[in-house]
Design a protein around this ligand. Structure first.
Ligand SMILES: Nc1ncnc2c1ncn2[C@@H]1O[C@H](COP(=O)(O)OP(=O)(O)OP(=O)(O)O)[C@@H](O)[C@H]1O
Ligand SMILES: [Mg+2]
Length: 228
């Protein structure tokens, strides 16, 4: 059984969907579609009656809903109806706030325990900047965090900003899959694309496919390859 991404056209790139209970990293430059992709994924889960959580430190729930309000894939409805739990890990003045999950252990244990005790089916974590906020540059701690997430019975999309597109980070190696969004200038204008860099257990070709933002959100054109 594979889990649909909720993004039209994407599942065709990965043999029909994502393998469940795995950790996927979604990377790409600013404005390339990471949050939109993940919002469609979590909305799809909520519409299927799955238990879903969106974890962020960047934005409030209201900001996220406003950002997605230009699309009509139904994010605002499922968010307002409480079908998706929303966790913002940082307070307005920048203080850490992880008391939502109790006070025992570090972020690692608490978030993984939260997923387990709430039987979370799908989760989005936006983004790895969050990890740096809680852990600084402690590589061991970040590795431990990712390993703990991989062991949960939750299908997780972890957004990882890439400031340097040529340098992969720990999360790219540790994750079961890596999805990369492109946003680059080509003769005549901006070209947007998506590339499945890795997907353990799944036959992929690593080519970049054209993506498009429309009223219904992000759509992948699986038969339209674009140059990287
Ligand atoms: N109807 C629309 N509603 C909202 N955004 C749209 C729409 N059509 C196109 N867009 C564009 O889609 C992009 C959405 O990008 P998204 O927020 O998913 O990117 P991101 O990779 O998460 O960026 P960041 O790294 O800044 O968080 C925006 O730059 C926005 O301008
Ligand atoms: Mg984003």
């Amino acid at each position: 059984m594979r889990v649909s991404s909720g993004v039209p056209g994407f599942d065709e790139l990965v043999q029909g969907g994502l393998l469940p209970n795995r950790l996927y990293v979604v990377s790409g430059p600013p404005g390339s579609g990471k949050t939109t992709f993940c919002s469609q994924f979590i909305t799809d889960g909520a519409k299927n009656g799955e238990t879903c959580v969106y974890v962020t430190m960047h934005e409030t729930k209201e900001e996220l809903i406003t950002d997605m309000s230009g699309f009509d894939f139904g994010f605002d409805r499922v968010m307002q109806s409480g079908k998706i739990q929303f966790l913002n890990l940082v307070t307005e003045n920048g203080k850490r706030t992880i008391t939502q999950f109790g006070t025992e252990g570090g972020l690692t244990n608490r978030l993984a325990a939260f997923f387990e005790s709430n039987d979370i089916d799908r989760a989005v974590i936006d983004s790895t900047m969050l990890l740096q906020h809680f852990m600084g540059d402690a590589a061991d701690e970040i590795t431990g965090f990712l390993s703990a997430l991989k062991k949960t019975d939750t299908t997780i999309l972890l957004i990882s900003e890439m400031t340097d597109p040529s340098s992969y980070a720990d999360e790219h190696y540790l994750a079961h899959g890596v999805i990369f969004f492109h946003n680059y200038l080509e003769s005549g204008g901006m070209q947007r694309g998506v590339q499945v860099i890795k997907m353990r257990g799944t036959a992929i070709d690593c080519d970049i496919r054209r993506i498009e933002f429309g009223d219904s959100g992000l759509t992948v054109h699986p038969n339209e390859k674009v140059e990287g």
